[in-house]
Write a protein that binds this ligand. Structure first.
Ligand SMILES: O=C(O)/C=C/c1cccc(O)c1O
Ligand SMILES: [Fe+2]
Length: 312
């Protein structure tokens, strides 16, 4: 087994509400470098930890963690629609292994996934179906959340499974860092919104377009006095990246959900995918990690970071 890791932010506003050309070029360069490294590694399996944003998972049955044996991209924002190349049998084996490790996880034989999963696959591999993949969705957007220590345990269980495979495995985490897009909350939501959050699967093209327009409008004022959303927090982001790079994963067990929401925005919890990814890598042996890129980008509603790691 050889393992590499990449964790990066995603943003559906890429191409829809871009910052200045110099920043776009910087991010393009960071992504091109990451893509070249993935190409050279030529993974035989990708394990991707990703969030969902009320596209595949709703409060009619909201699981803390899900493994998919089959997954279809809904093609939200500018992402590619269609099926992912899910490694079905391995995904099922992994599910058994995680359950045997005392971590409860749901299983889906037909999961819809969104930009939270597919944008990173596209950016790092050129498409959503280039390599066999196991999608693992970690609820990071729809409270209440499982504690961070459970996310670390999930990652460790997945890592012990990967360690037994005779394969080149790329572990991905996607989302974060600090940010708060206008994703509604179920608590105190008006009837129409709560109906969407509970059972809003397969929205009409008009509903999807309206959602996209709302996100673009939020991006246009994000970080200004006009915006009601919690702003980006570069200090929080860089401290979190340092913690991962320095291998201080045990500190994550003390992370407090409400404190993170206040300091870094409600969607900062997408870093749960990074936590699981690093815990998985750490379970395969000692690692070295580096920060490849960071910038707080208001137009994209993203504390935007790229971090890489590999076994020593
Ligand atoms: O779910 C949506 O419609 C928007 C999600 C979003 C917006 C901005 C930054 C992100 O990382 C997002 O996931
Ligand atoms: Fe997201």
């Amino acid at each position: 087994m050889t393992v590499k890791l990449k964790c990066l932010s995603h943003t559906p506003l890429r191409g829809l509400n871009d910052p200045g050309a110099a920043v776009v070029a910087e991010v393009d360069a960071a992504l091109a470098k990451a893509r070249a490294e993935v190409e050279a590694f030529d993974p035989e399996l990708i394990v991707i930890f990703a969030p969902d944003h009320y596209n595949g998972l709703f409060y009619d049955l909201m699981p803390p963690f899900v493994i998919a044996t089959a997954a279809e991209s809904v093609g939200d924002y500018l992402t590619q629609p269609g099926p992912l190349s899910v490694a079905k049998d391995l995904a099922l084996e992994l599910t058994r292994h995680v359950l045997d490790s005392d971590v409860d996880i749901a299983l889906s034989h037909r999961l819809q996934v969104d930009h939270g999963c597919t944008q990173t696959l596209e950016e790092l591999t050129g498409s959503i179906d280039r390599y066999p993949v196991i999608p693992i969705i970690i609820n990071s957007v729809a409270p209440p959340f499982a504690p961070y220590r459970r996310v670390r345990k999930l990652g460790e269980a997945v890592g012990r499974f990967i360690a037994k495979l005779d394969k080149r495995v790329l572990i991905l985490g996607t989302g974060g860092l600090s940010h708060e897009p206008p994703v509604p909350l179920l608590a105190d939501a008006p009837e129409a919104i709560s109906e969407f959050l509970i059972a809003g699967r397969n929205p009409t093209p008009e509903a999807r377009a309206a959602r996209q327009a709302r996100t673009i409008a939020a991006g246009k004022i994000y970080g200004t006095a006009e915006s009601l959303q919690t702003p980006l927090n570069a200090d929080w982001d860089l401290a979190f990246i340092d913690l991962l790079v320095q291998g201080r994963l045990d500190e994550i067990d003390e992370f407090k959900i409400e404190e993170i929401s206040k300091a870094a925005g409600r969607s900062a919890h997408e870093v749960r995918t990074w936590v699981a990814a690093f815990a998985a890598l750490a379970a395969t042996g000692a690692y070295s990690a580096r920060q490849d890129y960071y910038r707080a980008i208001n137009e994209w509603i993203a504390g935007y970071g790229v971090v890489s790691a590999e076994q020593n």
